[in-house]
Design a protein around this ligand. Structure first.
Ligand code: BZD
Length: 824
């Protein structure tokens, strides 16, 4: 690994000096004064003080990279779920302590100041957060890299609850500006759209294609510096904002068309206006396609500009200098876009351009769910991107006529099956196939996921392209998810294993000999208790519910989706509640079930599940009969900064997806790293977590992938479980009553229907008993406080594998082949 030894302090910056800089910015940049500044101003001034250092490093990094002209990776992602940056940047600059002291001397608490920062919520969930962890690791390891994405005006919606229902409100993360970003007008790009393609015949008899665009947008780049831990270099995240091609139509305006002149502007700006919530409705397909093309076109042009600056037209070295990683298929249009530019604008032959692309692109798959695989209608493509459709047709023709034909001669069925264009049931462009055919490597995100990608998703491609599909198990950055989020546990690890763990997370294993040590256990669990106490206050503030830190904190935090099975968690809660009502003296360790999740606005069932959990919570939390043995809280507006408070306080981590459906999961890693014990299925990275911590230190239940497959093959019937299990039947029937929705029977019935009449697609009922039994084992285990502490320590100390630095090093070794270039 590149970052091994602890860095010397990157900047000679004392707390005194920082204090002066903060005051300076408060007065000169923000035009206020210590006596009247509010916390937001203090936050802004602290960011500006830090930026003096960050921007300097950024400039140095860019100068050094241009000079060295080394291979870089361009990470294209429609989502970067960055969260807050101040605390993270301070930790990565190793200046958190100094900043804390500086602010304290000014009468401010750093944690309160950090709370002022709005989350950069430019992503939906795991895929977006993974991109954020990866750019942190790339910078930490000193690799040349740029993240490319969209500068959304509104990130993921803010979630509120009204009578238990999810309400979506706009998120305005940069309404009053954002101190971290720098606009780069000198690198604006033009983006053509719509129009038609003309074949132009040259005097020499050759023919070239000219795309006459019907509309042009402008892409304005905003750069966000990404500070690596130890500040060895500062990379950038470049986010594109859409603007109209012509800033303002003066002629129309002067002729009195005030509204028309504005409407062109509004239309163009719509493109980067909102982040699309995944799993959403049919609407807005065109806008989503335009979003994808817009950011790909800007990014590809930017990549080409940098390449040409250093290498001119020496296309032979393009793939030696440039790697482009496609974070799922969302940026896959960058393939035909690069082909278009190379052929139509740079004059390369098809063969040469294709050779360049095939050595440049790599693709990460994040899902096996068929409904999440992107298919674009051919007619939409034809209207919006006519030249790209032609290029895709030609890629497909050559692929089928040469590669598929060579492997399966005369097999038309195979050609139909593997075609990038799906012909039956409406013609569609299969973006996953386009990505696989165009990339030199394809990767899954956990061992089992990659196995299933090979076996079930792309079996023929796996046969055709031996060794193209590889695994890179996901990881998370220990800087944000342990060092910054859990300062007390970090300090304990510093004391126990030394201070090298934030880069070399395997060092945590050195704490294992202390897992049975009573004193260490006490310290470890006291920290957990402190974190729980902090969360108790947060729960009270956000939901009004009183909970006790002595209860087991059982946490399920992730996007709301039926395959993630928050509804299974609810069935178990109802089971406990029923048992308690039948026997209020039931001997159980008090439990607080905590949820955090947003549902896609168009996803009815997901919203029903949120509603049901909230309604059950209302009832349970206000029922004196159960003597506070059970509490249920749904934390509103789950996001990165809330995760940072929940994760350090968790005793139990819920990772209960139907086996085979969660590609990896990354919350599972963060929770275990902070000492939570997993209750989970043999799915995604849970399997690798179990391998690391050992079967005795994890609560595994339910069907495995093979059993899921076989039960589905045999014909799954949820009624077998319903009639075969009295408790299960009782809790399901409960949902039909008006017990939880007084006066409104049937309001929760859709959940029952989905689990019975509609077939229980995600096998909740099949896994119900196993899940309840696993929870019973947790209840027993928690009573043995020493044993529980030992297991929690083992979980935390064994998470070294899931450092995102390890994932990035895997990408570098198997896919990108980069050379680290830290600043001297
Ligand atoms: O990606 C997630 C998977 O579900 C997780 O199992 C995995 O750990 C992470 C990271 O690899 N996928 C997503 O988060 N997907 C999306 O958010 C998404 C967004 C837009 C469109 C489709 C899916």
């Amino acid at each position: 690994m590149a970052a091994t030894k602890k860095q010397t302090k990157p900047f000679d910056l004392s707390a005194d000096n920082l204090q002066q800089r903060i005051v300076h910015h408060l007065r000169s940049t923000l035009g206020t004064h210590e006596n009247k500044a509010n916390d937001k101003a203090w936050w802004n001034a602290t960011c500006s003080a830090i930026n003096e250092l960050v921007f300097e490093k950024l400039t140095d990094t860019q100068a050094s990279h241009s000079k060295q002209d080394t291979r870089a990776v361009n990470y294209l992602s429609l989502e970067f779920l960055m969260g807050r940056l101040l605390s993270n940047n301070l930790h990565n600059l190793e200046l958190f302590g100094e900043a804390e002291q500086a602010l304290k001397a000014l009468g401010k608490d750093i944690y309160q100041v950090c709370e002022e920062e709005p989350d950069m919520a430019l992503g939906n969930g795991g895929l977006g957060r993974l991109a954020a962890c990866y750019i942190d690791s790339l910078a930490t390891l000193g690799y040349p890299a740029i993240g490319y994405g969209i500068h959304y005006e509104h990130g993921l919606f803010r979630q509120e609850f009204k009578d238990g229902h999810q309400i979506e409100r706009p998120d305005s993360w940069r309404e009053y500006g954002n101190p971290w970003e720098i606009c780069r007008p000198e690198s604006v790009q033009e983006v053509p759209l719509y129009g038609y393609v003309e074949s132009v015949f040259e005097d020499d008899g050759s023919m070239r294609k000219v795309w006459h665009a019907g509309r042009k947008l402008k892409g304005v780049p905003w750069d966000i510096p990404i500070v690596g831990y130890g500040a060895k270099l500062v990379n950038v995240l470049r986010l594109w904002e859409s603007k109209p091609g012509e800033a303002f139509d003066w002629d129309v305006f002067n002729a009195g068309g005030y509204v028309d002149a504005q409407s062109e502007k509004a239309q163009a700006e719509t493109v980067s206006k909102v982040l699309y919530p995944n799993d959403s409705t049919e609407q807005g397909k065109e806008l989503r396609l335009i979003q994808q093309y817009f950011f790909c076109a800007c990014s590809v042009k930017d990549i080409l500009r940098r390449f040409k600056r250093a290498n001119g037209n020496n296309w032979d070295v393009f793939a030696d200098k440039v790697a482009i990683q496609l974070n799922d298929t969302h940026p896959a249009i960058s393939v035909p876009e690069l082909m278009r530019i190379l052929i139509d604008e740079e004059g390369l032959t098809w063969a040469k351009a294709w050779d360049v692309c095939r050595h440049t692109f790599a693709y990460t798959n994040h899902t096996l769910l068929p409904e999440a695989l992107e298919n674009w209608s051919v007619s939409l493509f034809e209207r919006v991107l006519p030249r790209h459709l032609e290029i895709i047709y030609e890629i497909n023709r050559r692929f089928l006529e040469t590669e598929v034909e060579a492997k399966w001669p005369g097999d038309d069925e195979m050609k139909r099956k593997l075609s990038i264009i799906k012909e039956d049931g409406g013609r569609m462009v299969r973006m996953a196939y386009l990505s696989v055919v165009s990339s030199y490597k394809v990767n899954g995100v956990a061992a089992i996921h990659t196995r299933l990608v090979k076996k079930d998703l792309f079996p023929e491609f796996n046969e055709l392209y031996l060794e193209k599909i590889v695994n890179v198990t996901n990881g998370v950055t220990p800087r944000r998810w342990l060092k910054a989020a859990n300062p007390e546990l970090s300090a304990l690890y510093d004391k126990t294993v030394g201070t090298g763990w934030p880069t070399q997370l395997n060092l945590l294993k050195d704490a294992l000999p202390k897992a049975k040590d009573k004193k260490f256990q006490k310290e470890f669990m006291a920290i957990k208790h402190d974190n729980k106490l902090r969360l108790v206050k947060e729960i009270k503030a956000l939901t009004g519910v009183d909970v006790s830190a002595d209860a087991i904190f059982d946490i399920q935090i992730k996007r709301l989706h039926e395959y993630k099975r928050q509804q299974l968690n609810l069935l178990h809660i109802l089971t406990l509640y029923r048992r308690l009502l039948a026997n209020p003296e039931l001997d159980m360790v008090p439990r607080v079930f905590i949820f955090g999740a947003k549902a896609a606005p168009g996803y009815h069932m997901a919203k029903q599940i949120i509603y049901a959990i909230n309604k059950v919570a209302d009832k349970v939390n206000n029922d004196p009969r159960i003597q506070d043995k059970l509490k249920v809280v749904f934390m509103p507006n789950y996001r990165v900064s809330l995760a940072e408070k929940l994760i350090p306080a968790a005793d139990v981590s819920e990772q209960i997806s139907t086996a085979g459906l969660e590609a990896s999961g990354t919350g599972n890693m963060k929770l275990a790293l902070n000492g939570a014990l997993t209750i989970g299925t043999l799915d995604g990275a849970n399997i690798e977590i179990a391998e690391e911590v050992g079967d005795d230190n994890i609560f595994i239940f339910g069907l495995n992938v093979d059993q899921v497959e076989s039960i589905k093959r045999q014909g799954y019937n949820p009624y077998d479980y319903y009639y075969g299990n009295a408790e299960l039947k009782a809790v399901l029937d409960w949902l039909d009553s008006d017990f939880f929705t007084p006066g409104h029977p049937g309001e929760l019935s859709d959940i029952k229907r989905s689990l019975l009449e509609w077939g229980d697609q995600y096998l909740c009922l099949a896994d119900y008993q196993g899940y309840c039994d696993a929870h019973a084992r947790i209840d027993v285990a928690y009573r043995d406080t020493a044993k529980w502490a030992e297991m929690a320590i083992i979980n935390s100390a064994c998470m070294g594998k899931f450092n995102s630095d390890r994932s990035i090093q895997d990408y570098v070794d198997t896919i990108w082949h980069l050379k680290a270039c830290p600043l001297g």
